[in-house]
Design a protein around this ligand. Structure first.
Ligand code: PEP
Length: 249
């Protein structure tokens, strides 16, 4: 039984006051929700504030990135240990925006994932093909490479969540159809099975991301290999994120 995860990626939005307002609005809307793991990923500067506000609630805190070293002369970076210290239980790794704009590769994703797990964080590892890769017919090769290299040599998978986010569906309003998303998730689970074994494939949560909204979450969540959602735009308002979290109600 894989507990569904709904995670909100706030990206580069929300100052401290705005983040407080969002969380204060969200808490009452999800306070009776059961059977769903709820995660929010604010910017680094408001982690501490959001940690204080979510304390005592079921909402878990994630960062949007981390470095792989614990400490040292690495100006501008933040370590998994520091994220734990700030109250995080999760961290997003290898988001397509980081791959696209900040030079993330499968190798850096792998190093970061290992470091995050070693520090006791749950890593939400993002993968997904671009529109060109899909149109060129190499989508499955890309997904297989991202899974194999990004998750290579992990000590354990119990703290790993995979997020399948087709790049062409992120922030564009274009969602993969339920069938397209299910096909990709099934393929990813098969790759995990081939590389890391049956038990790992069965227990690993695979989230869908890409313009998830209250209107389309239900159909996606009905697919057998979709175990939740990574939500960008629609996580920035309490009512739309709560409606996604409460997809089963
Ligand atoms: C994301 O940021 O991971 C994402 C899926 O964004 P959006 O929901 O806005 O497409």
């Amino acid at each position: 039984m894989r507990t569904p995860v709904i995670a909100g990626n706030w990206k580069l939005f929300k100052t401290s006051g705005e983040a407080s307002e969002l969380i204060k609005g969200l808490i009452p809307l999800v306070k009776d929700t059961t059977g769903v793991e709820i995660v929010v990923a604010p910017v680094f500067t408001v982690l501490d504030r959001v940690a204080q506000l979510t304390s005592g609630s079921a909402i878990k805190l994630s960062a949007q990135d981390c470095f792989w070293e614990e400490e040292g002369a690495f100006t501008g970076e933040i370590s998994p240990k520091m994220l734990r210290d700030a109250g995080c239980s999760h961290v997003i790794i290898g988001h397509s925006e980081r791959r696209q704009y900040f030079g993330e590769t499968d190798e850096t994703v792998n190093k970061k994932t290992k470091a995050a797990i070693a520090a006791g964080l749950t890593a939400i590892v993002c993968i997904g093909e671009t529109l060109k890769e899909r149109e060129d017919g190499i989508m499955n090769d890309v997904l297989m490479r991202q899974v194999s290299k990004g998750l290579e040599g992990l000590a354990s998978f119990s703290n790993v969540i995979v997020a399948y986010e087709p790049v062409w569906a992120i922030g564009t309003g274009k969602t993969a159809s339920d069938g397209q998303a299910q096909d990709a998730h099934k393929f990813i689970r098969q790759v995990i099975m081939d590389k890391f074994g049956n038990a790992t494939a069965e227990s690993t949560r695979i989230l869908y991301g890409g313009s998830v909204k209250p209107e389309n979450v239900k159909g996606l969540m009905e697919q057998p290999d979709i175990d939740g959602a990574l939500v960008g735009g629609a996580s920035l308002k309490a009512d739309s994120f709560a409606a996604i979290v409460n997809f089963g109600k």
